[in-house]
Design a protein around this ligand. Structure first.
Ligand SMILES: *Cc1c(COP(=O)(O)O)cnc(C)c1O
Length: 258
């Protein structure tokens, strides 16, 4: 049974150590998928590199990371510029303010935290200018915690109906952060909520949800998430080592307005 309290994570400093961490996470992904009777290939591993400096990122890229997730736009933009020659793709997975949409439109391949129409509109405008498209996941707040970004579940269906007019945004599915707790049942409940919402959207209006992906699960809970149907897991510390930065920097205790 997967535990949702993260074990202390080793801090790799060579390409071989990164490769070993990646292999260990992939083995866990395979085992979790098999427990759930799923094909391991259905689950994409998105390594999350926030706070990791560029010299260590080069090693991780050498070890086989081709698309990296970052929570903050400024940091992602800087890394995308400084590592441009390596051909890595970038996924922005954190809350976006409207005034940063133009940056994301310029460098990101994927945005996983779409939860308001002003951001959708700003992204679409810039993407149209640039002749680009962007894969997007709609973020849902499945834990009912004030500190989490994302749409309340009851607003999802209405939100999805608004998105087709933004032709540059390619909806891939839904994303969530589970409750931060060591109680596995409560974590599982968040993942089930997301899957149920996806299933309902597929039944009601399949054209609005694209491939219907479920981005859920982080270092502490990705195995549970896979058992509950995740098709993308966002894993940072289990690959890159423990972070010193407190998570409150990414999930502020009260939710700022855009
Ligand atoms: C940092 C982050 C992750 C990964 O968290 P880890 O504990 O490092 O695995 C996943 N999703 C989002 C949105 C994040 O900001």
């Amino acid at each position: 049974m997967a535990e949702s309290v993260p074990a202390p994570h080793p801090h790799p400093t060579t390409t071989a150590e990164f490769a070993a961490n990646l292999a260990a996470v992939r083995a866990n992904i395979t085992a979790a998928a098999q427990r759930a009777g799923r094909a391991p290939a259905e689950v994409r591993l998105l390594p999350v590199s926030k706070t990791v400096p560029e010299d260590r990122l080069r090693l991780a890229i050498e070890a086989g990371c081709h698309r990296l997730g970052e929570n903050k736009v400024q940091e992602a933009k800087r890394k995308s510029e400084n590592l441009a020659e390596l051909g890595v793709e970038w996924a922005v997975i954190g809350h976006l303010q409207t005034n940063k949409a133009k940056d994301v439109a310029a460098f990101a391949a994927e945005f996983q935290a779409l939860d308001n129409l002003r951001v959708a509109e700003a992204l679409d405008r810039r993407l149209t200018d640039l002749g680009r498209t962007l894969e997007v996941f709609v973020q849902v707040n499945t834990s009912a915690e004030e500190s989490k970004f994302g749409l309340p579940p009851e607003e999802l269906a209405g939100f999805l109906r608004e998105l087709p007019r933004f032709e540059t945004l390619k909806v891939q599915g839904l994303m969530t952060l589970a409750l931060f707790t060591s109680e596995a049942d409560r974590v599982r409940e968040c993942f089930r909520t997301l899957r149920t919402l996806r299933d309902r959207a597929r039944a009601d209006s399949p054209e609005l949800i694209g491939p219907g992906e479920l981005s859920m699960g982080m270092s502490g809970d990705y195995e549970l998430a896979i058992e509950e149907g995740a098709t993308c897991v966002r894993v940072g510390q289990a690959i890159f080592g423990a972070r010193n930065t407190p998570d409150s920097q990414y999930w502020p205790p009260t939710r700022p307005q855009n």
